[in-house]
Ligand binder design. Sequence first.
Ligand code: ADP
Ligand code: MG
Ligand code: ZN
Length: 471
Amino acid sequence: MTWEPVIGLEIHVQLKTRTKMFCRCPVGFGAAENTQTCPVCLGFPGALPVPNSTAIEWVVRLGLALGCEIAPRAVFARKNYFYPDLPKGYQISQYDLPSCINGRVLVPLPNGDHAVGIVRAHLEEDAAKNVHVGGRTGRIGGADYTLVDYNRGGTPLVEIVTAPDIHSAEEAKRFLQLLRQTIVELGISDAEMEKGTLRVDANVSVRPEGSDELRTRCEIKNMNSFTHIARGIEAEVERQVAVWESGGEVEQHTYDFDVATGTLTPRRAKEEADDYRYFPEPDLLPVEPSAALVEQLRAGLPELPAERIRRVGETLDHERALVLVTGGLDALWRDTVAAGAEAVAASNVIANQLVGAGVDPGGVDPAELAKLVEARERIPRQAFDEAIARVAEPGFSAAPYLAREAVSDAAALEPIVDAILAANPAQVEQYRGGKEGLLGFFVGKVMKETKGQADARAVNELVRTKLNVDV
Ligand code: ADP
Ligand code: MG
Ligand code: ZN
């Protein structure tokens, strides 16, 4: 039997508003512990929350970008639970009336668009940060004690919940890449998994291919990159398929994915339905954005990444389009091509060399980059690499690098090629016996010998000619 994975994602995004969700404390990293706090975010009795209007506009903007309906009336509720990172004893979160519902994201995939439903996107406040000290680093189990940093408490968060519409680990990764880039371009969050400003939980089940049932799902937490998420999902799918195939039954569990070992460890036993005793937050009014505001925010949306992947995909293949757009590189690519560079070559140079050299694409003059792309096989490799590393410097000019012609004349290269062929008779034999992949081995040696000053194309040709002719 073939099994189809069924995946739904729950994503938390920390908004980069200047101040917190319900008080004027600054949002941000790096401040000394427990210095960005006030009576509101520390939950002192009698302190009253005042909603951050920027956060409210931003969740609407995000909802619009995700194709959601914007609720004319959203309501904050109290989600009650007891934990040291929650000084009020409850978290304020939209619950049964969230700001955004019923969205749909079209994820461009190599074989066409795939629709992922967005169940909801709602606003809430983040909890503070527990720091477990001693024992197994970072985990509560075996820790000697726990410290709490309340700086993060009360930071605005958006939670996005997808429908279980995703059917492979790869698709989940594509969806998340697209979502992340959308969030970054909306300017509402850095959405960096390493910093915890983007957090993803994956719900996974499997079902016989062709059926539309929803079987028991498990949740995977604690993954800190898109690659880990994909690996975690794959491991969980494999585990569940094995359970069903051996005649067992999958039970609902929450797992932590251990990146180092690639294994899943159960977090807590069979989950009871949590009872948070939600009720409407009596200290806050409902959120009622006017139709005029919603339309103004809709009109202000930029062209979104999914649309641009489709457009760039008309010129380049899907994979290149995806890499450029989700890397925030497509504007530079477009301008570089407009300045005369060939489309595929420009894409390769930008997505590989430029990114590899850690160059800020925003600082690059596309006209100068276009000249480098065009000349990349003509000038010495070393000159090209140097130029790319400096292409974002103010006032950069490609001219001096273009003037450094590569050594391409046969008279200069021939003795070097001859010496290298003579020094590697075994490889020459193998090449002539049909192992043509060895061409690169010889070319590499010549390039090394010439310290990157040789014209790669000329070297290729010369080596090939000599190997084929001088028998
Ligand atoms: P809860 O109320 O328990 O949080 P939800 O219905 O809100 O459950 O779903 C939470 C997440 O789990 C959503 O992203 C949803 O798409 C996903 N999900 C629900 N059922 C399944 C299933 N059978 N298989 C995979 N994912 C599922
Ligand atoms: Mg949920
Ligand atoms: Zn505060």
